[in-house]
Design a binder for this molecule. Sequence first.
Ligand code: SAM
Length: 306
Amino acid sequence: MNTIDASDFERAWNCTLSPWMRGRIAQHDLRYTEIDQAERDQLILRVLDFLNDDVVQSGRHRADDWERGWAQNLTELQESSAAEAIIPKYFGKIPIVRWCQRWIAPVDRGLEYSMLSVLLDWVADTYLQGYSSIYEFGCGTGHNLVRLRERFPEAELTGLDWATSSQGVIQAYAAKTGDSRLHAAIFAYFDPDADFDLADSSAVFTMASLEQIGTNYGAFVDYLLDKQPALVINVEPIGELLDQTQLLDYLSVRYFEKRKYLQGYLDHLRGLQEQGRIEILEERRSFVGSFFIDGYSLVIWRPVVS
Ligand SMILES: C[S@@+](CC[C@H](N)C(=O)[O-])C[C@H]1O[C@@H](n2cnc3c(N)ncnc32)[C@H](O)[C@@H]1O
């Protein structure tokens, strides 16, 4: 039995964690066991079967699925006031996760969610301090914003999503907890609302939501260039940052392609940087992933003030 501890995160992220981060990490059960060769072979076969199958691809046609999914969380939130009601249902379904380019077997089913919570805490601690307004686009139930609230008690936090049930969950949660600085608004990546303005010196954040729009990120990037947030943080599947000479990374990129996940986004940003329109501050993989993908790489950038 092993445990992922603060020093493992420091090695993976090449950083020194703050005392606050060490305290946060200590709140999770991060125990796991290694898998053996035979288990690994079975898992590879399972991925290959998936890649050869007919699967649901991301895109416009999935709007109703997201609407229904978050409506289920809303019903739960109305019935119980538990914070767990806003955690998406898709975490922990497969009892295998990725960590540092290998599969591990969690002791606790919640390991993937715990790892993402640690990653989000680290993003907040490292990059988001000092922003009085933070917007999460494609925020789903807003559970990431609820976590950010623990780090930033005073910030104006806004969750945007194309599913109206997302706004329902966030508004219900804000009312239940008396959080008058937690807001929600509708926003579709394919058709950004040019009238939705961002506060001065704000930070924009996405996590596993640009994922869903394949190659159709142009309109959203143009929206951001127009609104000029001070910082943009994307935690998304970024094939450009994976190492396809490694089997698990290779399979991850094949999965991105199969599901029509985000593709070419970082290269697009690199092109904008060459044109002097944005500055990319950070490109790095997190080494945190689910069974199928290493889908939480970080790209941090800002529009060049015009
Ligand atoms: C995998 S969930 C991630 C939700 C949240 N960011 C999180 O980390 O739990 C993807 C989210 O993207 C949203 N989404 C997908 N396509 C979208 C689009 N075209 N415009 C706006 N939101 C979209 C979905 O409604 C959903 O809330």
